[in-house]
Design a protein around this ligand. Structure first.
Ligand code: ADP
Length: 504
C-alpha cells in the first residue's frame, strides 16, 4: 500500500503555515516601522542641523556688520581697532579662519589681513575685476574659495572697500555629534565645500536635502542616512517577536481545536437526540400498523386462559384436584405469555436507550418476525425464511434490530401491493467473521434512478411516504457496527451485515 510520507505531520502543517505567514508579515511590518523610524530620525536631525547652521550663518552676518562699522571708522590701514576686533572674533569663532579688507586701486585690490596673532599684514595684491560686483555699501556676496572646505563672504563697506570673511565650512558642523551612518555633502552653488561618506554598506538609505535659511550665504546640505540590515531587523526584537507569534498561533490553534471539538460534540448530541426522536416516532407509527398483529397474538393466550378457566371450574364441581391444578398451571403460563407479548410491545414503542447485547440470531429474528407475520398474512404475502442451523450470536440492540427488520419487511410488503404471488424471502447465514441477513422480494425492484438516493433522509417515491425508514435503519445498523446495502435482484434485495457477537 502507498503511504504518504511527510516530514511535518498534517496536524502541524496548518499552524506552521499560519506562523510562517504571520512571521513574514510581522517582520515586514517591523522593517517598515524601523525604516519609518530611521526616516523620522533623519528629518529631525535635518531640522536641528538647519537651525544650528542658520544660527552660525547669522553670527557671520553680525560679525561682518560689526567689523564693517569699525573699518568704516578707520580710514587708514592697517588699523589697530580692526585688528583688535578681528582677533577676538577669530579666537572665539575658530571656523572664521581669515578676516581681510580689500581696497580697490584701479585694476588692483590691495589685501590687508587681520586677526592673526602676528598682527595685520599686507598680502599680495589681487586683480580687482575678480571681486564680486556689489552695488551699494552693505551688500554681500558669498564665494567658494579655491581650497577645499572654505568659502568667502564679501561685504562692500564703502565705495572701493571690501571686507572679506573666510569660513572653514567643516567647522560649521560638529562632526563628533554627527551619527556615523550619515553621509553629508555641504555645497555652495555648484561647488562642494566638503563631503563625508559613512563607512557602512547599508541595504536601504534615505536622503534629504535643504538650503540653509540664510539668503546671504546660500549653503545647501544633503544628508543621506544609511539603514543597515541589523538596524532594519534587529535580532533582539525579531527573536521575541517570532517566539511570541508562535505562542499566539499555538494558543489560537488550541482554542480552535477546542471549539471545533465542542461543536462536534454538540452536533453529535443534537443528532443523537434527533435520531432517538425519529426512532421513537418510527416505532409509534409502526405500532399502528401492528395493532392487528398484537390483537392476534394476545387473542391466543386470552382464549387459552378462558378455556382453561372453564375447565378449572368444571374440575371444581367434580372435585378433581389434579385437573384443577393443571388448568391453573396452564392459566399461569398463558398469563405470562400475554405479559411477555405486552412487555415486548411496550419495550418496542418506548424511547428506551440503545443497549447492545449478545443474543442468538435466530431468537432475535423470530421476535422481529412475530411483529410482522400477522400483517403479511392479512395482505396475502408469503414469507419464506431460511435461517442457518449453525448457532450464531450477534451483538445488537434488539429493539433497534427488530425495528430495522420491520422497516425492510414493511417496505417489501408495500412494493408487493397488487403483485401476483407476492413473496418475501428472508435468509440469514454466517459469513466470514459475521452474519449476513438478506430480505428480498419479488416486487418491481428499486427504480435505478432512486437506488443512489433511498438512504437519503426524506427521499420517498410513495405518495404518503416519509422517506425516513431506510436512513434510520442504516443508522441503527451502523450503530451496531454493521452495514445495510440495497440492490436489485429480480425485486429489491436488502443486505444487512453484522459483525460476530462472539460466544453468548
Ligand atoms: P418510505 O417508505 O417512507 O418511502 P423509506 O426510506 O423506507 O421511506 O424508503 C425510501 C424509498 O425506497 C421508498 O419510497 C421506495 O421508493 C424505495 N424502496 C424501499 N424499499 C423498497 C422495495 N422493497 N422495493 C422497491 N422500492 C423500495
Amino acid at each position: 500500500m502507498m503511504k504518504h510520507l511527510s516530514i511535518v505531520p498534517m496536524t502541524l502543517m496548518r499552524p506552521l503555515v499560519t506562523w510562517l505567514v504571520a512571521s513574514v508579515l510581522a517582520v515586514a511590518l517591523l522593517a517598515a516601522f524601523q525604516y519609518r523610524a530611521g526616516l523620522s530620525e533623519l528629518s529631525n536631525w535635518a531640522r536641528q542641523t538647519d537651525t544650528l547652521l542658520a544660527e552660525k550663518l547669522a553670527q557671520h552676518d553680525a560679525h561682518m556688520t560689526a567689523l564693517a562699522a569699525v573699518i568704516r571708522m578707520a580710514p587708514d590701514e592697517p588699523s589697530a581697532s580692526v585688528q583688535g576686533l578681528a582677533e577676538s572674533v577669530i579666537t572665539f569663532y575658530p571656523r572664521i579662519t581669515d578676516i581681510a579688507t580689500l581696497r580697490i586701486d584701479g585694476d588692483v585690490a590691495h589685501v590687508t589681513t587681520y586677526g592673526k596673532s602676528t598682527g595685520p599684514a599686507f598680502e599680495e595684491n589681487r586683480v580687482a575685476s575678480e571681486l564680486p560686483r556689489l552695488g551699494k555699501p552693505g551688500d554681500t556676496a558669498t564665494r567658494p574659495t579655491a581650497g577645499q572646505y572654505t568659502y568667502d563672504i564679501y561685504k562692500l563697506v564703502e565705495a572701493g572697500r571690501f571686507l572679506r570673511l573666510r569660513i572653514n565650512a567643516a567647522g560649521l558642523l560638529d562632526f563628533d555629534r554627527v551619527p556615523p551612518e550619515y553621509s553629508i555633502d555641504l555645497s555652495l552653488g555648484d561647488a562642494v565645500l566638503f563631503t563625508r561618506t559613512a563607512d557602512d554598506t547599508p541595504i536601504l538609505s534615505a536622503t534629504t536635502s535643504f538650503s540653509v535659511s540664510n539668503p546671504g550665504q546660500p549653503l545647501h546640505l544633503r544628508i543621506r542616512r544609511g539603514i543597515s540590515l541589523g538596524e532594519l531587523l534587529p535580532w533582539r526584537l525579531i527573536l521575541p517577536l517570532l517566539i511570541g507569534l508562535a505562542a499566539v498561533v499555538w494558543l489560537l490553534e488550541q482554542y480552535r481545536n477546542a471549539s471545533r471539538e465542542r461543536r462536534r460534540q454538540e452536533r453529535r448530541a443534537a443528532l443523537l437526540e434527533q435520531e432517538a426522536q425519529l426512532a421513537h416516532a418510527g416505532r409509534v407509527n409502526a405500532l399502528g400498523e401492528m395493532a392487528s398483529g398484537i390483537a392476534h397474538e394476545l387473542a391466543q393466550p386470552v382464549a387459552a386462559m378462558l378455556s382453561q378457566s372453564q375447565a378449572a371450574r368444571r374440575a371444581l364441581t367434580i372435585n378433581r384436584h389434579d385437573i384443577l391444578e393443571q388448568a391453573l398451571d396452564a392459566n399461569i403460563r398463558e398469563a405470562k405469555r400475554a405479559g411477555d407479548i405486552l412487555g415486548r410491545m411496550r419495550a418496542y414503542i418506548s424511547g428506551a436507550e440503545a443497549r447492545i447485547e449478545k443474543v442468538p440470531l435466530a431468537e432475535a429474528l423470530a421476535g422481529a418476525l412475530r411483529l410482522v407475520e400477522t400483517d403479511l398474512a392479512q395482505r396475502g404475502i408469503a414469507l419464506e425464511t431460511t435461517i442457518s442451523d449453525r448457532p450464531c450470536i450477534v451483538a445488537i440492540d434488539i429493539i433497534s434490530f427488530q425495528q430495522v427488520i420491520h422497516n425492510l419487511i414493511r417496505n417489501a410488503a408495500d412494493a408487493l401491493a397488487g403483485r401476483a404471488e407476492p413473496r418475501i424471502r428472508l435468509a440469514a447465514r454466517p459469513e466470514g467473521y459475521g452474519t449476513v441477513i438478506t430480505i428480498a422480494d419479488n416486487g418491481p425492484g428499486i427504480e435505478p434512478a432512486a437506488l443512489d438516493r433511498i438512504f437519503e433522509p426524506f427521499f420517498s417515491t410513495k405518495r404518503d411516504g416519509m422517506g425516513l425508514g431506510l436512513p434510520l435503519s442504516a443508522r441503527l445498523i451502523e450503530k451496531m457496527d454493521g452495514t445495510l446495502e440495497a440492490r436489485n435482484d429480480g425485486g429489491a434485495c436488502f443486505t444487512i451485515r453484522l459483525p460476530s457477537g462472539g460466544d453468548a
